[in-house]
Design a protein around this ligand. Structure first.
Ligand code: KIV
Ligand code: ZN
Length: 547
């Protein structure tokens, strides 16, 4: 059965697995068989809390549009009270992105909830997501409140949220998996009585194992009055590498929403990976019998976009979206797949939107061809933005025979990123080779003025970075530097990713170019732009709360 054609049957909390399900090896008595799983994407909130992440407002907006094309049901756009920058980005998404619920996160405080509401109120379908801790560890050591106070906060703050955003309020019990289950059930029952429509049970510290998490879902369904009438959500962190397994275990026991992030981004080891949960549900529909609305052919593109904008490179052997996920190396496997793909393939590369040949344009392609190809892949550009991407496309096509979809996505990503930049690399010159000390000269545009810098040092890349420091007047400490090719071939675009530490905080930068020295210079300038953005936002980005 195709995922999108699977129909929802029965009522929430209703149908349970039948005898045939038991024959298929599934436990009997499962809840919500046939009910679709709501995909709640938190790439722009929890995912953005990945160390070194630094999305600007236009990148967030572009990702949100792509998440709609991917078919997610709910987009958690950010945490509006955490910084002015986050507020503005959530508001822009709420105003401009149609086709999904737009959700903002808020602590259980009046000011967080009102700020959140201001940011999301213009959305087609807004949701307030409010949370409070329920574990004794958090209550005693972090919040310093009693259980009674947590119950009172829950009731009052859910009521306030419902008064602002009637009909769609999510409540999360932070650190639910380390909470006393009796108290957790009491808090969740209070939230439901106060009007919460979605109840989230986060494994905040990634501590639970799948059987345990499944048992918690069962136990909550038994203990919490009214839970079967609202959406029950799983939010799993990957500290022990089981976030996806935990999410699927919760779905098997009846959870009706999963909170996931593209490429598994998120705080520390990340959240459950959207693409893995979606493809597991699709591929094992026979067993799980829970339809989802995800348009799986958009997965590869979404993954590339998020990787390129956040600067977090996807590991080659990552399930579903890693470079090797569909590669067969052993002769026996290759032989089997050639004879019959099903011998070693449980899903097809095309199911996630990978095509064998994506060569699209060459140096004779015009502006119109570029515009319509971009539109085909869901990127709508016009005016000066299109002009700039066209200029970069031509420069690339002059040096590279074939420009692929992946190349275009990388070039457009760069263009979007530059829209809000304080610094822009104007030019650089390097002299390097054996037996000479590398030296570099750079010019950087800074608020309308051109600043020059120069440096000599042990390596050509190092000399470029030092020359940029000299031009900009900021000293960054390089913590990580990675280069990879976007496609195969010696003429491939090179992608460089840097992590730079300034004033004790880390900032990522990423750039692409035919020339890796140019990509290195641009990636470094990009990281310094993130430093500048953070300073403009009063340092709020680096001071994010630990969630
Ligand atoms: O992990 C967590 O507990 C969270 C909550 C804010 C939902 O991210
Ligand atoms: Zn989380």
């Amino acid at each position: 059965m195709s995922m999108n054609s699977a129909s929802a049957q029965g009522t929430a909390g209703g149908p349970v697995a039948t005898e045939s399900a038991e024959r298929a090896g599934r436990p009997a008595g499962r809840r919500n068989v046939g009910i679709p799983v709501v995909f709640f994407d938190t790439t722009l909130r929890d995912g953005e809390q990945s160390p070194g992440s630094s999305l600007n407002a236009s990148e967030k907006l572009e990702i949100a549009h792509q998440l709609v094309r991917l078919g997610v049901d709910v987009i958690e756009a950010g945490f509006p009270a955490s910084s002015l920058g986050d507020f503005a980005a959530v508001q822009a998404i709420a105003r401009q992105v149609k086709g999904a619920v737009i959700c903002g996160l808020a602590r259980c405080t009046e000011s967080d909830i009102r700020t959140c509401w201001e940011a999301i109120r213009e959305a087609e379908r807004p949701r307030i997501h409010t949370f409070v801790s329920t574990s004794d560890i958090h209550l005693r050591h972090q919040m310093r409140v009693t259980r009674e106070e947590v119950l009172k906060l829950t009731r009052e703050m859910v009521e306030l949220s419902v008064s602002l955003c009637p009909g769609d309020v999510e409540f999360s019990a932070m650190d639910a998996t380390r909470s006393d289950v009796g108290f957790l059930a009491e808090v969740l029952a209070t939230a439901i009585a106060a009007g919460a429509t979605t109840i989230n049970v986060p494994d905040t510290v990634g501590y639970a194992l799948p059987t345990e998490y499944a048992a918690l879902v069962d136990s909550l369904y038994e203990r919490v009055p009214g839970l079967e009438k609202v959406v029950l959500s799983a939010h799993c962190h990957n500290d022990l590498g089981v976030a996806v397994a935990n999410s699927l275990a919760a779905v098997e026991r009846g959870a009706t929403q999963v909170e996931v992030a593209v490429n598994g981004l998120g705080e520390r080891a990340g959240n459950a990976a959207l693409e893995e949960v979606a493809m597991a549900l699709k591929t094992r529909q026979d067993l799980l019998q829970r339809p989802v609305n995800i348009v799986t052919t958009e997965i590869a593109r979404t993954s590339r976009m998020v990787s390129s904008f956040t600067g977090h490179i996807v590991q080659a052997n990552k399930a579903i979206v890693g470079k090797n996920a569909f590669a067969h190396e052993s002769g026996i496997h290759q032989d089997g797949v050639l004879k019959e793909p099903m011998t070693y393939e449980i899903m097809h590369a095309r199911d996630i939107g990978l095509t064998e040949s994506d060569i699209v344009l060459g140096k004779h392609s015009g502006r119109h061809a570029l515009k319509s190809h971009l539109a085909e892949i869901g990127i709508h550009l016009d005016g000066p933005e299109l002009d700039e991407v066209f200029r970069r496309f031509k420069a690339t096509a002059d040096k590279k025979k074939e420009v692929t979809t992946a190349d275009l996505e990388a070039l457009v990503g760069e263009e979007l990123r530059q829209r809000e930049d304080v610094y822009a690399l104007k030019h650089f010159y390097v002299s390097a080779g054996t037996d000479i000390i590398p030296s570099s000269q750079v010019a950087v545009h800074k608020e309308g003025a051109e600043c020059a810098g120069k440096a000599f040092s042990g390596g050509s890349v190092e000399s470029i970075f030092l020359a940029i420091d000299d031009a900009v007047g900021v000293t960054g400490r390089l913590m990580d530097y990675q280069v990879r090719s976007i496609t195969s071939g010696k003429d491939s675009l090179g992608e460089v990713r840097v992590v730079v530490e300034v004033d004790g905080r880390r900032y990522a930068g990423q750039a692409v170019s035919i020339d890796v020295l140019e990509a290195s210079a641009k990636a470094y300038v990009r990281a310094l732009n993130n430093v500048a953005m953070n300073r403009e936002a009063g340092g709020a980005r680096g001071d994010r709360l630990y969630l």
